[in-house]
Structures are given as structure tokens and as C-alpha cells.
Design a protein around this ligand. Structure first.
Ligand code: ADP
Ligand code: MG
Length: 249
């Protein structure tokens, strides 16, 4: 993923003021930053949920929202956008599982319903994913029968079911009871070890220290500081990073 000079405003409010960020394949990047600094907006721009007004974002070598034709950039049609979205999995604070579908049905919905994968392949893949997130025995349960932590692990499996090149996590543990946070972070650590490319917005400093290859500190719509977790968290250089991290001591 490559973001260059990304600008995004809502009417008069400039939320992203020139974000530059590179994420290499297999890299795990944690974005830290105060509330309102534009973290969610940035992830939403990467996943086509918001259009940017300046700069560009590239995922897997393709510019988000555009394609190159005859050396010119052309805006994508809805079909083109759907194809690009297929490369990106996203997990939100609210798990948003379909309540009337079982766990297995939730996971195969996008591969079968949207991407035309055969039901048999999708089910086989879903069962492997459920194993990966430790919920094999829950495939026939409904979301309401699961704890918040289990629902979020299903949401992670569902996002992985489209075999994305890039996974985005937006405060995936913020809505969970404290005792359920650990199981979701453990699942995410596993994925990080397995070489998945991940951008994770979180306030879990411990996760950032353990699982991140790089930590990015955002404030006021810009990247203020970034580097290895031991540097940015252990020895922040910028006063805004220092002030933010002081809350977690
Ligand atoms: P963060 O995730 O870092 O807390 P957000 O990206 O959610 O920050 O929000 C950054 C700023 O953009 C906030 O001031 C927020 O109110 C504003 N914002 C986000 N989405 C919208 C929107 N759809 N319309 C107007 N303002 C928005
Ligand atoms: Mg947010």
C-alpha cells in the first residue's frame, strides 16, 4: 500500500492534510493517535468508503479509484471498484455480522454472493478460517449465541474469506469487554506472524509493541512520527507523540 499526499475534507473541515505512508507486503503497521486525528477516515479512504480529493492511494500496484488506460488515469466504474475492494479486508469496531445468518453463512456470503466462488470451495475455505481463529465448533451458531470476542473473530474470518492482499483493522477491540480483548489480539498476532499485510488502528500499546513492524503516530490529519515500535513507543521524538503516549504509562 502506498499513500501519497492524501487529502480529504468534509465540507470546510480538512481531516487528512497530506498523508504519506508506505506499507510493504507482509508488513504490520499500527496507527496510533488521538480521537479525531483522521485514522478511521484514512482507512475508509484506503477501502473506497470515502473518496480522496488530492494525492493518491495504491494497493497491490493499482491506484484506488482509478485505472490506467492509454497512459491516462480513468475513474473506476462500480465494477472496477468492486474488483479493487476484493483486495482489501476490513474489520470494524462494531462487528456487523448478519444476525439472521449462521457463522458459516456469514463467512461464505461475500465469496459466494459477491465474488461468484463455488459454494463448496467457499465452505471449505470458511472452515479453514474458522480453525485459524479458533472457532471450528461454532460454524452453525448465530451471532447472538457468541460472545463479543467470538463475534469479532468471526468478523475477522469473514474479512479474510475474500483472500485480501491487505487487511485493515479499525479499533477492533474497542467495543469489547476487557476480558475479551486478549483473544482477539491473540488472533491478530497469529495473522501478523503468518505474513498477512495489516494496517491496524488501535489503542492497544502492548499489541503495537509485540506485533507491529512499524508504528505510525497520526495527529491532526498528518503522520507526525513513525518508526520501529521500540523507537516510537519507547523513545518518541515529537512532543505530540510524547503527550499522547504519556496517557498509557
Ligand atoms: P479518528 O478515527 O482518528 O478518531 P476520524 O477519522 O473518525 O478520526 O475523524 C476525523 C475528523 O473527521 C473528526 O473531526 C470527525 O468528526 C470528522 N468526520 C469523520 N467522518 C465525517 C463525515 N462523514 N462527515 C463529516 N465529518 C466527519
Ligand atoms: Mg476512529
Amino acid at each position: 500500500m502506498q499513500a501519497r499526499n492524501v487529502h480529504k475534507s468534509f465540507d470546510q473541515l480538512e481531516v487528512l492534510k497530506g498523508i504519506d505512508l508506505d506499507v510493504a507486503p507482509g508488513e504490520v503497521v499500527v496507527i496510533l493517535g488521538p480521537s479525531g486525528s483522521g485514522k478511521s477516515t484514512f482507512l475508509r479512504c484506503i477501502n473506497h468508503l470515502e473518496a480522496i480529493q488530492k494525492g493518491f492511494i495504491e494497493v497491490d500496484g493499482e491506484q484506488i479509484g482509478y485505472r490506467v488506460k492509454n497512459d491516462k488515469l480513468q475513474k473506476l466504474t462500480p465494477n472496477g471498484i468492486a474488483r479493487q475492494r476484493r483486495k482489501i479486508g476490513m474489520v470494524f469496531q462494531q462487528f456487523n455480522l448478519y444476525p439472521h445468518m449462521t457463522v458459516l453463512q456469514n463467512i461464505i456470503e461475500a465469496p459466494v454472493g459477491v465474488h461468484g466462488e463455488s459454494r463448496r470451495d467457499a465452505i471449505e475455505n470458511a472452515r479453514q478460517l474458522l480453525k485459524r481463529v479458533g472457532l471450528s465448533e461454532k460454524e452453525n451458531s448465530y451471532p447472538r449465541q457468541l460472545s463479543g470476542g467470538q463475534q469479532q473473530r468471526v468478523a475477522i474470518a469473514r474479512a479474510l474469506a475474500i483472500k485480501p492482499k491487505l487487511m485493515l483493522f479499525d479499533e477492533p477491540t474497542s467495543a469489547l469487554d476487557p476480558e475479551l480483548v486478549g483473544e482477539v489480539l491473540a488472533t491478530m498476532k497469529d495473522l501478523a506472524k503468518q505474513g498477512l499485510t495489516m494496517i491496524v488502528v488501535t489503542h492497544e500499546i502492548g499489541f503495537a509493541k509485540e506485533a507491529a513492524d512499524r508504528v505510525v503516530f497520526m495527529d491532526g490529519g498528518v503522520v507526525v512520527e513513525q518508526g520501529r515500535p521500540e523507537d516510537v513507543i519507547g523513545n518518541p521524538q515529537h512532543p505530540r507523540t510524547q503527550a499522547f503516549l504519556a496517557r498509557f504509562l
